[in-house]
Write a protein of this length. Structure first.
Length: 123
């Protein structure tokens, strides 16, 4: 079984990298998540950005809860990605209401399958 934690090296940071991902990466929606991703062969690991906007959740505790749920869903589902390819991925929460962990996990599974097989994405 692969490592099931979410290390600091897996976090996508750096304004230039994030801007490049949003500008050049492919995107799709796996409700309630909007996913932007881009393969990065030079990276040592897949890097992830998890975002819950202030415009949807005015209270920090609500944003933190949604980010925590998305991190947990990613952590448990990241084994679905191919081990030989590395990506930069941004998960943006889009729903105005807070969803439960099973719903977010289902969306995360769908997102991982779509990243793995990009031919299924209808843009």
């Amino acid at each position: 079984m692969a490592d099931c934690s979410f290390h600091k090296c897996e976090r996508l940071c750096g304004q230039m990298r994030i801007q490049t991902l949003y500008k050049e990466g492919k995107r799709f929606v796996a409700w309630p998540l909007r996913v932007s991703y881009m393969p990065t062969p030079e990276a040592a690991t897949t890097q992830v950005l998890i975002w819950a906007p202030k415009s949807l959740f005015k209270h920090a505790v609500d944003r933190n809860r949604m980010r925590r749920l998305m991190r947990e869903a990613y952590r448990t589902q990241k084994d679905l990605l191919p081990a030989d390819m590395h990506y930069q991925i941004a998960f943006n929460y889009m729903d105005k209401t807070e969803q439960s962990l099973p719903i977010i996990e289902k969306a995360m599974r769908k997102a991982m399958r779509m990243i793995k097989k990009p031919s299924e994405i209808a843009e």
